[in-house]
Design a protein around this ligand. Structure first.
Ligand SMILES: Cc1cc2nc3c(=O)[nH]c(=O)nc-3n(C[C@H](O)[C@H](O)[C@H](O)COP(=O)(O)OP(=O)(O)OC[C@H]3O[C@@H](n4cnc5c(N)ncnc54)[C@H](O)[C@@H]3O)c2cc1C
Length: 412
């Protein structure tokens, strides 16, 4: 008999989880309060980041910390209320960012990242989404030669340890590759295997269309209405209450609020981020990180998207796009940005975990309930492999990766 399962949350992670469960013969209902891919998975920089083998540690350099504390620089912004609310998780994040613990996290994280392209590739093809994806890489650009030299050395190390391919480009090579740059820079690390999606929300939509075309059921509904029912779970949807034997929570940055209602206290927190689109006279050809200033420029269908670093603030606090203003001024030093599109800046939240690893596996105290969230800075990259690993765990088949480091049980 076919086994039934609900997947709650149709961002990149939930949609890919639904596809992988469906592929393994489950009768899957994918539920979201809105259309697929309209939240965090829409507003990101659109990068499928094969280079991101190391999760982001909490920066520990005293100078950087002082800048953050004093509100200088564009990389980090904070609300006192956010620090207060997420304080315990942030202390855990600081603890796990110690080089020894960060190395352990990297070992587990890099195993997931290694599958990013191999897992996205077949889905992109099956969903007919090749038009959205460029394969020309992603650059970290550097203003000073000290930072460039250090980054090129680090890239050598990542190539040796994780097979992350790159090309170091000097000032002239960078200027030739990106003629829109209005001043010479020290150089760039060009990550060759990173893919760039020019409309991230539409890629999730196409994956969701594929799920529906293959017979999956996509419904509007509220995860807050999830209830244990008999030996299974049910949720209220636009078509009434839907019941299934099992359920997966893939609510991205809203997962913490939800699992608290079930009695779980995991060290989760969020890093908010903004984007704004511009209409430059000449755009950059490939996405780039202004590595010493901490923002990304990514060419999108709507225009050139500028995305910001981390803001520590409650998920529902009013927008405070101060980083956007700072990053815009910095980006204007590099290219002629043109005008911002007449739209409110987009605001989203990266779903983070203190130990920098996602939460994937069975809910410790709720039989038939599974967790798949906390993919932080790379949830758009990791959605397909996260979906595959979770589906393999649910179906009891051999696993592509050892899931122990991501187990929800690590938090009790
Ligand atoms: C500025 C910025 C730039 C980024 N750049 C990149 C990048 O280049 N590459 C990368 O890999 N990652 C990037 N990320 C991170 C990435 O966007 C996220 O990790 C990823 O989108 C998380 O996906 P998700 O499916 O877990 O969450 P989401 O996409 O947020 O999906 C969660 C879903 O749950 C639904 N939901 C929530 N509550 C309920 C409820 N009560 N009932 C029903 N449904 C509900 C929401 O509607 C939503 O559709 C970036 C993030 C930011 C903020």
């Amino acid at each position: 008999m076919t086994s039934s399962i609900l997947v709650l949350g149709a961002g990149m992670v939930g949609t890919c989880t639904a596809l992988h469960l469906q592929q393994r013969g489950f009768d899957v209902t994918l539920v979201d309060r809105g259309a697929p891919g309209q939240e965090t998975s829409l507003g990101n920089a659109g990068l499928i980041q094969r280079e991101a083998v190391e999760p982001y540690p909490f920066p520990r350099e005293p100078g950087f910390m002082l800048d953050v504390a004093l509100g200088r620089g564009a990389q980090v912004h904070w609300h006192a209320q956010g620090l207060w609310q997420m304080g315990k998780s942030l202390l855990g994040y600081l603890h796990h960012s110690h080089p020894l613990r960060h190395a352990q996290a990297t070992a587990a994280y890099s195993r997931l990242i290694a599958h990013a392209n191999n897992e996205h590739g077949p889905l992109i093809a099956a969903a007919g989404a090749q038009d959205l994806v460029a394969h020309e890489g992603y650059r970290y650009v550097f203003r000073t030669s000290e930072a460039f030299d250090k980054a090129a050395q680090r890239a050598e190390d990542l190539l040796a340890r994780f097979g992350v391919r790159f090309q170091a480009e000097n000032s002239a090579q960078l200027a030739q590759a990106e003629p829109a740059l209005r001043r010479p820079l020290a150089g760039a690390v060009h990550w060759l295997d990173t893919w760039a999606v020019n409309d991230p929300g539409t890629l999730v939509q196409r994956y969701a269309n594929l799920f529906v075309a293959r017979g999956g059921c996509l419904l509007m509904g509220d995860a807050a209405s999830l209830r244990a029912q008999g030996a299974g779970w049910s949720v209220h949807t636009a078509e009434g209450r839907v019941q299934a034997e099992q359920a997966v929570l893939a609510l991205g940055p809203w997962s913490d609020g939800f699992i608290r209602t079930l009695g779980y206290r995991f060290p989760l927190f969020i890093k908010r981020g903004y984007h704004q689109h511009y209409t430059p006279s000449a755009s950059v050809r490939q996405p780039m990180l202004d590595a010493e200033r901490g923002y990304v420029l990514a060419p999108m269908q709507r225009g050139l998207r500028l995305t910001t670093g981390a803001e520590f603030a409650p998920i529902d606090a009013s927008p405070t796009p101060v980083q956007l203003a700072k990053a815009e001024a910095l980006a204007r030093e590099l290219i002629d940005l043109g005008q911002p599109l007449p739209e409110q800046p987009w605001l989203g939240a990266r779903p983070c975990v203190a130990d920098m690893l996602p939460v994937m596996g069975p809910a410790p105290r709720h039989p038939g309930l599974w967790f798949n969230f906390g993919h932080a800075h790379q949830g758009f990259t990791l959605g397909p492999v996260a979906g595959r690993l979770l589906a393999e765990m649910v179906s009891g088949e051999p696993l592509c990766i050892d899931p122990a480091p991501y187990s929800p049980k690590r938090f009790g």
